[in-house]
Design a protein around this ligand. Structure first.
Ligand code: NAP
Length: 509
């Protein structure tokens, strides 16, 4: 292995003082740090930062100095001569390694490199920001010419298949680092750390390549420094996926129960590409979100009967190589949320919407013995769903004259960012309880209107946590740490600023 650590923190900022601050944060997580001199805004700032590097000489830190030119995707605009002088200074200041791009090497006599940088260890790199090169052996061959201590190939990957190909290439060769770039490749990048020679870059603050995971996320959320061959792998597939709260919730639960498992976000446009990677990546189970909840069903070997009736699967277990089984825990989430608040048998409940979530809600309620009423903007869909659960479809215009034990919003109306909208007006809320399945924001306009009328309310956050805990229990066969999971979701919403709707009053009752 190149260095002792598997995670290399990347320190990158325009001012030397910022770089120093990031450096202090980096060494709390890892002892390998790349310093991106090319991010500094001037030659003066580079000299200042390199001049201060000596301060860290006593620390057991391995520094990699990088001063990548714009031609190679970096930010350094100076000449090659100046670039090499900065790297030479960095080596003198204590950097063990320097990263030099193939574009500079092609233009440089080897003797010059030896004379200026001979005291450092060379990491020779090639970057492909748009695509994965077709012939990786050819790229490696060119990089290895002149015998550098290690080589690095960083390439944008459009699919998990490409990311796996790059990671596997590195695992077959000594002293080769592979960096699959882009959001699709994120799981492959993290799972590559299971290998003995696994290596990942993680920015302290500023991402230096597309789709990078920050150092804090990598170490706190994914506990990537502990990942090994025994780590069980779970995740969520969807498109888009970067805003999913499931990784925060499931990883926190694994940590709380001290289970060696990781839960990753998979940006999946092409289901086939993901399914082909399930065995190769050693995935044990996964959550399914939009737009794959229905399509996934045709790839399963079997499925829970109720999920089949609902027509959507949000949870899959891998029961053996290529053997997938599906469940619908949205349905469990609805029941666990409601059963402690409403006496479901013999209750009359209105479901707003007739899409995927509405189907799970309607089937869950019918199963529990409720009389289900459906109101949706498309009458044919409302009628079809009501018919499927022996319920009744109700036109919006008639709602003012009706009373329900509970009203459940299963439409996206009121969801971030259009948070001022409500699927119903206050005068249409004739019920004892309002349950909004939306959890972004935690407190929607609908919930606010209901609270103003003194109606009991419940947020989609409850359903989200309960459906997640049911998934967790299916996979681990253990008891889910509900409180920890709820707190993880609340923390994540607070971090992104959607816990509270701007301008909403906290407790109007
Ligand atoms: P979906 O399949 O697209 O269905 C959305 C439904 O809402 C459809 O009936 C749609 O009508 C209706 N709708 C959309 N925009 C509307 C509008 N402006 N006015 C009136 N009706 C409208 O989506 P889904 O998967 O069911 O998700 C719906 C919501 O459920 C999401 O926004 C999400 O917040 C929530 N959800 C929460 C959880 C949880 O764990 N808390 C889990 C799953 C879903 P058309 O058919 O006419 O378009």
């Amino acid at each position: 292995m190149l260095v002792d650590d598997k995670i290399c923190a990347v320190v990158a900022a325009s001012k030397a003082s910022e770089m120093q601050r990031q450096l202090s944060q980096a060494v709390r997580h890892t002892h390998t740090v790349e310093v991106r001199l090319d991010w500094l805004r001037s030659e003066v700032e580079i000299d200042r930062f390199v001049g201060q590097l000596g301060r860290h000489a006593a620390r057991p830190v391995t520094f990699i100095a990088t001063c990548r030119r714009t031609k190679a995707g970096g930010r350094y605009r100076g000449s090659i001569g100046k670039q090499l002088l900065h790297l030479a200074e960095a080596i003198r200041a204590g950097c063990t390694w320097y990263d030099l791009e193939i574009e500079t090497i092609r233009e440089c006599p080897p003797e010059l490199l030896e004379a200026l940088l001979g005291d450092g260890r060379q990491l020779r790199s090639a970057h492909y920001f748009r695509h994965l090169p077709g012939n990786l052996s050819l790229v490696a061959q060119e990089l290895k010419r002149g015998d550098p201590q290690a080589i690095k190939i960083a390439a944008h990957c459009d699919s998990l298949a490409e990311a796996n190909k790059l990671a596997e290439f590195a695992s077959r060769h000594r002293n080769v680092i592979a960096i699959p770039m882009g959001e699709v490749a994120l799981p492959a990048r993290i799972l590559a750390l299971r290998a003995k020679n696994g290596f990942a870059y993680a920015p302290v603050e500023n991402a230096t390549a597309a789709g990078q995971t920050s150092l804090a996320e990598l170490s706190k959320l994914y506990r990537a420094d502990r990942i090994n061959r025994q780590t069980r792998v779970y995740g969520v597939i969807g498109n888009p996926i970067s805003h999913s709260l499931s990784p925060a919730m499931h990883n926190r639960a694994f940590a709380a129960r001290r289970i060696n498992a990781i839960y990753l976000p998979f940006l999946v446009g092409d289901l086939r590409d993901f399914l082909d990677s399930v065995d190769r990546l050693g995935i044990d189970g996964f959550s399914v979100t939009l737009p794959h909840k229905e399509t996934i069903m045709k790839y399963l070997d079997g499925c829970d009967p109720l999920a089949a009736r609902i027509g959507a699967v949000n949870t899959v277990t891998v029961r053996g190589p290529g053997h997938l089984y599906g469940y619908n825990t949205d349905y469990v989430g609805v029941l666990r949320t409601l059963e402690r608040r409403v006496r479901l048998p013999a209750s009359r409940v209105l479901v707003l919407g007739a899409g995927g979530a509405a189907r799970a809600v309607a089937f869950a309620l019918a199963q529990a013995g409720s009389r289900v009423c459906v109101s949706a903007r498309r009458w044919d869909k409302a009628k079809a769903l009501a018919g499927a659960v022996d319920g009744e479809a109700i036109e919006r215009a008639k709602l003012r004259g009706e009373f329900f034990d509970a009203i459940i919003n299963a439409t996206p109306v009121g969801m971030y960012p259009a948070m001022e909208n409500s699927p119903l007006e206050a005068r249409e809320l004739n019920c004892r309880l309002v349950f909004d399945t939306i959890y972004r924001p935690h407190r929607t306009r609908l919930i606010e209107l209901a609270q103003r009328r003194g109606i009991e309310t419940v947020s989609g956050l409850e359903m989200f946590v309960w459906q997640g805990s049911a998934q967790w229990e299916i996979w681990t066969r253990g008891r889910a740490p509900i409180r920890v999971m709820r707190q993880a979701v609340i923390d994540a919403l607070a971090r992104e600023g959607t816990l509270v709707r701007k301008g909403s009053t906290r407790n109007p009752r």
